[in-house]
Structures are given as C-alpha cells and as structure tokens.
Design a protein around this ligand. Structure first.
Ligand code: PMP
Length: 408
C-alpha cells in the first residue's frame, strides 16, 4: 500500500516542498522551549472580551444571516467599510475593488491559480515570505530573486532584470518585511512602481504589518504611489497593484478574515476561484470583524499591540547587544513582528538550531526564505509572541549557542 498514493498525485504535487526543518520546529512547541520561531501574535493582546461581545451582538441582531451562506466576494457592509477606509487618502477604491479571503494566505493561493502558468517567472525579494513561495510554487512559479538590505529590495538592479527576464508578477512586502523586518524606502518604492508601470508587470503588495509601526514616518503604499504615478481620473481603481491586507495581526489570526484590493476585473475572477475553493469566508467571522472595525475598536486597539511589540523588540535588541558575539549582524525593525540575523559566512543556521533546541530555545533557519537556495547563514527571530522575561532568557541561551559555535 505504501506506493498507492505516490503513484496518484497530480504533477503539481511534485512542486510542493515539505519543509526539512518541520520536525525540528515541532519540538519547539514544548513548553520548556522558548520559541522565537513561529510568526505568532501575542496572545496577551487578543481582544477576547470584545470578540465575545461582538459575536453576541451579531448573533442577537442578525443571527440567521451570520449562520447562513453569504456572497462569495464577502459580506457587503464589510466590503463597503473597507473600501471607504482604503479611499481615505484619495484612492478611488470602491466595494468592487475589494474581495474577502479566508486569510491573506488564501489570497496568495488564488493569485497563483489565476495568474501563474508553469514556468512563469515571479520576482521576489531575497529573503521573502516563505508562505508566498509555498503558495505559488505548485502552480509552477519559478523565482527570480532581488537582494535586499536595510532599506528593502535593492531596486537599482531591477530594470535590467525586468527588461531581460520579463517576470509575470512581482511579490513585495514593503513594510517590516517578513522575515527580515526591513522597510522599503520611499525612493525605492517609487522606482519599483515606475518600473512596474513601464514594463506592465503586476505587483502583489503583501502588507499585513503596516499598522504595526512603532516609530518613524508612515510611508505611502505601492498602491497609493502607483495610482498617483499613473495619474488617471478613474473612479474605480484599475491599476497593476494587488494589495493583500488582513485582520490577523490587528485583531486575531484565528478568525481567518483578510481582504484584497485589486482591479474589479480581477476581483470578478477571484470570486470564481473562491466559489471553487470554499464558497466564501465564514459569515459569522466577517460580521464580527465588521462590528469591531465599524465601531472603531480596532483603531483603538492597535496602539496596545504597538506598545507591546515595541517593548518586546527593545528587550530583544538590548539582550542581543549584550549576549551576541560581535561577528553576528541583525536588523533593527521599526515595526512588525520579526528581525533577521546574518551569521558569518560558513556557519549553518539549521545545524545551530539543533544546538539551540538542546538549550531550549528556537528560531527559524533562513534557508527556506531564500528562493534562490543555498543560503545557510541566516535566521529569523520573532519578538511578538514571547513575554519580555522569556525574551531576555531566550536570547541569553541563544547567545551561549552562538558563542560556542563561533569559538568552534
Ligand atoms: N503574508 C505575510 C507576509 C505574513 O506574514 C502572513 C502571516 N504569517 C500572511 C501573509 C498570512 O496571513 P493570514 O493570517 O492573513 O493568512
């Protein structure tokens, strides 16, 4: 029986990668391990009472609707509210531009389904969000990588790549990038968007963290810049950007409610995809998210998330300054949930994870965030989930592991 299923998988299953470090990371779920591995929000900031009250209200007032099937594009009042909020800074976003997904992760899968043929080139930053690589790979995406530094994707080499290799899509995380924590500068945003318009290449702007800025100035989204640069008088957005947003980081990931902003033609195709995938995102969950957004709760709640994560970032950075060897480098994010470590050439983060787990501390080795492969000396730490005390202790343990490895 062992080969039974192996002989029956579709071609695309060969393109799905199972992560080599999964078993190791499973170990890290044990309570004695201080894990900086998962990209988990802090449970301390989950608004349990407010979600409870909102679900009570929804069930009392519109219970039958909340428990019934609903439109595939999403709950109408939520589409309208998102469109109104997104058009605050002058963007022509209408409800026809908005599409609700069961998490942004589903949005990435749908983009693959709608736009990626086997062999199509998708341009990504290096490193980039592993979940996007996993979502697009089964559709046959082949990745072209552009290196990034502390100001995000290095756009100076982009024109040459776009002119010669003609990617079908670009996938970019401009704010507090997962995994590196870096933010793309305004100049580079402009340059990227100008090139996207000139070469007519859509950009997936994945932006779950923009509201989690702890300091510094908010920068305009690629969507805003692109709309300005095209300079059209459209009353409904019809440009090259597909923007992904989510309630996962500002409310709760367990609700699985997210949204996309895109041209209406694309939204209509996405609706067809949704019908084949899961019909719709859970009505009750959309209505809960709607209630909490409509009455301003989410706006009021975000400062608490920012304060909590900012403190944890500071605790982590200070502990790293104290405990890490001087030959190790890391990013200093202005927001979000992650920072990124570069070890000296020749060190291997996956091997170090084995040592770290023995010391009861964990991280994610960076290899699977580099689509080009072959990079072994990077790793991601998440500062959002562990308490400040556990962060201090965890970084001290990690410092011991690094010192030992450097001395070896
Ligand atoms: N994109 C990025 C960059 C993320 O970090 C995440 C969450 N880890 C997602 C998408 C998926 O988020 P969601 O919970 O909305 O599916």
């Amino acid at each position: 029986m062992q080969n039974f299923w192996d002989q029956r998988y579709a071609q695309r299953v060969k393109l799905m990668k199972s992560s080599a470090i999964r078993d190791l990371l499973k170990l890290t779920e044990q309570p004695e391990i201080i894990s900086f591995a998962g990209g988990l929000p802090a449970p301390d900031v989950f608004p349990i009472e407010q979600v409870d009250a909102a679900s009570h209200k929804v069930l009392q007032e519109r219970g039958a609707q909340a428990l019934q099937y609903g439109p595939s594009e999403g709950y109408g009042p939520l589409l309208e509210l998102i469109a109104r909020t997104a058009s605050r800074d002058g963007l022509p976003i209408t409800p026809e531009n908005v599409f609700i997904t069961s998490g942004s992760q589903q949005g990435l899968d749908f983009i693959g389904r709608l736009l990626v043929n086997p062999g199509d080139l998708v341009l990504v930053e290096s490193p980039t969000y592993m979940g996007a690589l996993q979502a697009l790979a089964p559709y046959g995406a082949e990745y072209v990588t552009i290196p990034s530094d502390e100001h995000g994707m290095i756009t100076s080499s982009l024109e040459e790549v776009l002119a010669t290799r003609k990617p079908k899509l670009m996938y970019v995380l401009p704010n507090f990038q997962n995994p590196a924590g870096v933010t793309m500068s305004l100049e580079r945003r402009r340059q990227l968007v100008e090139l996207a318009i000139r070469y007519e290449i859509p950009i997936i702007e994945d932006d779950p963290y923009s509201q989690l800025r702890f300091e510094g100035e908010h920068l305009p989204s690629l969507l805003t810049l692109e709309n300005e640069l095209r300079g059209t008088e459209e009353d409904t957005y019809r440009g090259y950007i597909i923007q992904l947003n989510t309630f996962s980081k500002v409310l709760a990931p367990g609700l699985r409610v997210a949204w996309m902003i895109a041209a209406p033609e694309l939204v209509r195709k996405l609706v067809q995809s949704k019908q084949g995938a899961d019909l719709q995102t859970a009505s009750l969950n959309q209505m809960i998210a709607y209630e909490l957004m409509r009455d301003g709760f989410i706006e009021r709640h975000i400062p608490l998330i920012r304060r909590t994560y900012r403190e944890r970032r500071d605790v982590m950075l200070n502990a790293m300054d104290e405990h890490f060897p001087a030959c190790i480098h890391w990013t200093r994010p202005e927001g979000g949930m992650f920072l990124w470590i570069t070890l000296p050439e020749g060190m291997n983060a996956t091997e170090l994870l084995r040592e770290a787990v023995k010391e009861n501390v964990a991280f994610v080795p960076g290899a699977s965030f580099h689509a080009e492969g072959g990079v072994q000396n990077t790793l991601r730490l998440s500062f959002s989930n562990a308490t400040p005390e556990r962060i201090r202790e965890g970084i001290a343990r990690l410092g011991r592991v690094f010192h030992k490895a450097v001395a070896a």
